[in-house]
Ligand binder design. Structure first.
Ligand SMILES: Nc1ncnc2c1ncn2[C@@H]1O[C@H](COP(=O)(O)OP(=O)(O)O)[C@@H](O)[C@H]1O
Ligand SMILES: [Mg+2]
Length: 318
């Protein structure tokens, strides 16, 4: 398998402010490769730079620095874009068209004849599980979830080799999420590469082969999901529960340990250390502060925690 998306040092500054213009770096030196035939998850909290990355790849905005190739072509290559599909984050369509008219219109843009347009529109609307009763309704009457389905159908109208989905599950109820999830995995089974953004770990966890975690415009982690999960659980923390002493008193006695923290609890305090070898030093501090040991417990880090920590930028021990 060769890389179908290659991103190199992609950087985007937005200019904000009216009188006093200043620059905000939304994306900072992103380098990334996505292999053909995989479902790639692009994860990060709101504001992490996911949508900006997709807009750059789709050529809706231009980079401050860096370059990217899709299907072996520079993203400036217009013909290559005809081989892609794209679902924007908050799809907004021609309100007065019906779902069917809109999809036929999209098919027309790709040059399909009228029979083929009709066939594709119907096949796709069924595929995204839009209730047949709604096919001839105007889009302005659609709910967010229904628009999301139409957007998804639209992104597949040209049978793209790779499809870019920006928060494809947003606005959907649990049943809808499941249907979209099944649709995305069927795309992969059909040989389509999927690049999907989400700020919700669980949507990505069940679907994706590889993921990248973004934090404040930077790539924080990338790899196979199992690798990240293993790496996360390697980071063992040890939790020491203490009674009869307050957090400030313990913190005062605690030597500077990498990744150690003290937090108040109802009956006393909780001390955390990142290394087993630091437990003795922490216990000594607890004793000096007049505290009583309640328990010492190793705590495994979950992928969820890794994700939250990576995305919020909270350092371990804080
Ligand atoms: N058009 C814009 N003008 C100024 N700042 C923007 C614009 N679009 C996005 N940003 C800023 O860029 C950062 C990344 O945003 P975005 O790419 O939408 O993140 P995500 O999709 O991960 O939530 C945020 O800080 C956001 O406020
Ligand atoms: Mg976004």
């Amino acid at each position: 398998m060769s890389a179908v998306v290659e991103i190199e040092n992609l950087t985007k500054d937005y200019e904000v402010g009216f009188w006093r213009k200043r620059k905000v770096r939304a994306l900072d030196g992103l380098s990334l490769k996505v292999e053909g035939g995989e479902i790639f998850g692009f994860l990060g909290a709101n504001g992490a730079g996911k949508t900006t990355t997709l807009k750059l790849l789709m050529r809706l905005i231009y980079p401050t620095a860096g370059a990217a190739r899709i299907l072996g072509r520079d993203i400036g290559d217009v013909r290559m874009h005809a081989r892609l599909g794209y679902l924007p984050e908050n799809p907004y369509f021609y309100d007065y068209l019906t779902a069917r008219e809109f999809l036929e219109y999209c098919a027309e843009l790709f040059g399909y004849d009228s029979r083929e347009r009709k066939r594709r529109a119907e096949e796709l609307l069924a595929r995204v599980h839009l209730d047949e009763k709604s096919w001839n309704k105007q889009l302005r009457k659609f709910s967010k979830g229904m628009l999301q389905r139409v957007g998804l159908a639209q992104s597949l109208v040209n049978e793209p080799e790779i499809v870019f989905l920006d928060e494809p599950m947003s606005g959907l109820d649990p049943v809808g999420r499941r249907q979209v999830r099944d649709l995305i995995s069927s795309l992969r089974d059909g040989g389509t590469t999927v690049f999907m953004c989400s700020h919700i770990l669980s949507d990505i966890e069940v679907l994706c082969d590889r993921v990248a975690i973004m934090r404040q415009g930077r790539l924080a982690e990338t790899g196979r999901l199992e690798e990240l999960r293993a790496r996360a659980s390697d980071k063992l923390r040890i939790e020491i529960t203490v009674a009869g002493a307050d957090a400030a008193a313990i913190a005062e006695k605690l030597p500077a340990l990498d990744g150690a923290s003290v937090a108040p609890t109802a009956g006393g305090a909780r001390v955390e250390v990142a290394d087993e070898r630091d437990v003795d030093a922490a216990l000594a501090a607890v004793r000096q502060a007049g505290g009583r040991l309640v328990s010492v417990q190793p705590v495994k880090q979950s992928l969820e925690e890794l994700f939250v920590r990576e995305t919020t930028g909270v350092k371990e021990g804080n």
